[in-house]
Design a binder for this molecule. Structure first.
Ligand code: AMP
Length: 288
């Protein structure tokens, strides 16, 4: 049933009210909705989430919304790549059933005052350099979940902190949605796909795979028996510093669930990095 509908073409929806109607109809027909929230500038990483949703759900909704709440005043909200026509073609080809591209005022209604804060988990790692970022993320995701009411929502491991924080938010708010983690899609040289890779110059692009190389090097060292977290983060730093174009923001080993720093590698530990290459701030991570 779902695939036959998909063949009729992708619907583009710009109003929250219309999206809610379609969601209500899907619920009435007992169709399982999968939601893939994105900020557009689609790449294979986003499309891998779509394909996972299609394999598990009857109806895949992709949202494309550059959420102003998650950008700081000095960040790239204005410059963030936007190309709705291209996104729409890619989404249709990937089998998205409904592309939700909310117009101004549809997600954050005029006069909105409500924010969702996941305490502690939003202040560490990227939250330190980007104060308020995760409040913006949690707020928009809570609203998208309320509008679309999916059975499952798909998130990339690439944004590990975001994924864990959304999981916690959904748990805390008793939301009835399954949060599905999808593996990071990479270029052949290891660079994690990201819409912000478009900011890299040729020279910066050549250096950027050092992030993943450094993480892998540390993972090898951990497998060989190194359990001291500070020695592993030092190794990651040293490797990244071999590339003069990289400017490290942070390298941290944290507990995979709470995101709080650990001193030794016991249980599931997330090794996470962020670094600037010119005006692009790139992140990557690996689970030890
Ligand atoms: P964004 O458009 O950057 O907000 O990302 C939308 C979703 O795609 C998030 O859940 C990201 O984690 C996910 N995503 C971004 N890049 C990748 C990637 N390289 N591999 C897998 N998922 C990704």
């Amino acid at each position: 049933m779902a695939r036959a509908d998909a063949c009729e073409g992708m619907q583009v929806v710009t109003a929250a009210g219309r999206m809610k109607e379609l969601s209500r109809a899907a619920h009435a027909a007992e169709r399982r909705i999968g939601l893939v929230p994105t900020m557009g500038a689609l790449h294979r990483g986003h499309l891998s989430l779509v394909s996972r949703s299609r394999s598990e759900c009857d109806l895949t909704v992709m949202s494309v919304y550059v959420n102003p709440l998650q950008f700081g005043p000095a960040e790239d909200f204005g410059a963030y790549p936007r190309d709705t026509a291209r996104d729409s073609d890619l989404a249709r080809a990937a089998g998205v059933d409904i592309l939700f591209v909310p117009e101004e005022g549809e997600v954050h209604v005029p006069g909105h005052l409500t924010r969702v804060e996941v305490e502690r988990m939003g202040d560490v790692l990227c939250g330190r350099t980007r104060p308020g970022h995760f409040r913006g993320v949690a707020t928009v995701v809570a609203k998208l979940l309320a509008i679309v009411r999916p059975a499952a929502a798909y998130f990339g491991q690439k944004d590990a902190q975001q994924l864990r924080l959304i999981r916690r938010m959904v748990r805390d708010l008793h939301e009835e949605v399954e949060i599905v983690a999808c593996p990071t899609v990479r270029e052949d040289d290891g660079l994690a796909l990201s819409s912000r890779n478009a900011y890299l110059t040729t020279e910066e692009r050549r250096c950027a795979p050092v992030l993943y190389r450094a993480l892998q090097e540390a993972a090898r060292r951990a497998r060989a028996g190194e359990t001291d977290a500070s020695r592993l983060t030092a190794l990651v730093r040293e490797t990244i510093e071999t590339e003069p174009l990289a400017r490290i923001d942070y390298v941290e080993a944290v507990d995979d669930e709470t995101l709080q720093p650990v001193t030794s590698i016991r249980g599931r530990v997330l090794l996470a990095v962020a670094a600037w290459f010119g005006r692009a701030r790139l992140i990557d991570n690996l689970l030890l």
